[in-house]
Design a protein around this ligand. Sequence first.
Ligand code: HEM
Length: 503
Amino acid sequence: MPYIIGLHSAASAFLSAGFATQFTVAVVICLIIVLVTSSLKEDELEAPKSLPGLQFLSIIPFFRQRHDFLNWGFHVTGQSMFQFKLMSHTVIVLSGTPARRAFFYAKGFDLTEGFKILSGAIPMVRGVTSGLQTKRISTIHKRLAAVQKNAPLSDLIPAILADSRRILESFGSTGTFDPFEKIYELIFQTTVRSLSSSEIADDSALVSRMKTLYDRLDTGTTPATVLTPWIPTPAMIKKLWATKEIYDIVVRAMNAREASGISRKDTLQMLIDSGDDKLAVVGFIMGLLIAGARATGTTASWIITFLGGHQTWRQKAKAEAEALLAAQSDPTSSTSISARLAEIPLETWESQTPVLDAIIRETLRVAQPHTAMRRNLGPEMYINDKLIPSGAYVVYPFSDVHLDPEIYPDPWRFDPSRKEVSKVDLGYVGWGVGKTNCLGTRLAKVELKLTTALFLLGFDHIVVDKTGEAPDPLPKPNWNDILMCRPAPGTCYVKFKRTNLAL
Ligand code: HEM
């Protein structure tokens, strides 16, 4: 028992020492005790509370039942912030107004790094979808801004309408469809038109193939493909293969354009003319299609669903589109509505559609199940006196603000007449805020307005359930579906009848 002997001789040495030594030793011991206990306490106080239970049990619900899981976390910890582990990664979940501001403005919070681990829709291919230097990301953002300048965006209007007309005509004169398939398909086409090349967009079989491949990237995202992408699971191999196929499609289009020597008026041409290298062009098209098509498609699907269930708003939006047509184009003209809508200038679409603006805004509030994700690249910081260490992942669910009944009374009710929130700091984040704003907003809004206006003028519609009856209650966005907020299967279809206007 050497340590007992050691302690014993230390005690006798202490007792036989003089008062000065005894006093000094006692003070030092007290100081050590205070320091150790206070540092333990501080750690406990500083770290956001952890979820109870086994850490690995968080993984599946975070990916499969995110909305319920995050709400449960706030509930079970009784805190406005909590943390949990995804494998070796610490993830801190925030809520509340001061935390929201801190999250969106923190200098060290990085979107790309956060997205990489926590979202993982697209496999990381070094140099194309990952490991992009800041310079390449900023080039992609610069080109996206160029696509949305007045002239190119105006040029896109007739093309988007022509695509929409072709697809809507294929619906027939009466029938029923699933908006989360058909309207998403329509937006996928108009987004491919806007962000890639006319050769790809003109080839409907190729667009359909690309949609299948993108769906594979989105729906093939499993916890394993995100957290252990190096393990060649069948899901991961499928995703990698889909990425390769998309890559090949884009490279083929690019090579064909260059070989033809013919210049076209589209985004691919703009990218080639800007002198960007092949990887930058492919990165632009692959990355932005996934960022843009799904969010815009989800919003468009929900707009048509909400308007099918709220006939008053349907009528208001339709009246706005009719008024635009009457004011801007010859009402006696015998041309199709898509051709007449194409005559309306971009500026009018952007500034004289208050009803469509309110509908888009409200749709994003109630049916955009986004959880913003960041990684703290450092330094460590405090939010609400809780430590956010360097390297930690931090997430902020949009439901915290958009579905808060204090800010939006009866939050699940679709009501575009709600006043813009002015009393709450950052009370609406539908297009991002602070350091990260959506860089495709202008394009997305134009796509949404053109397709919605054409649909409302060309069709009468209501929502029905699988029995063909009007559902009661109306379909409710399911925030656990992180892609489309899609309601329960079988609860939501669109029943339509063509109007007598030629599309
Ligand atoms: C209705 C459609 C859309 C919605 C609701 C939407 C919403 C958002 C939101 C909320 C953010 C910020 C995310 C965050 O803070 O975590 C964002 C970022 C972004 N969006 Fe969109 N978006 C839409 C369409 C598009 C389109 C069509 C494009 C491209 C053509 C696009 C490109 C981007 C990019 C590049 C960013 C990242 C900006 C950055 O890194 O600073 N979005 N979007």
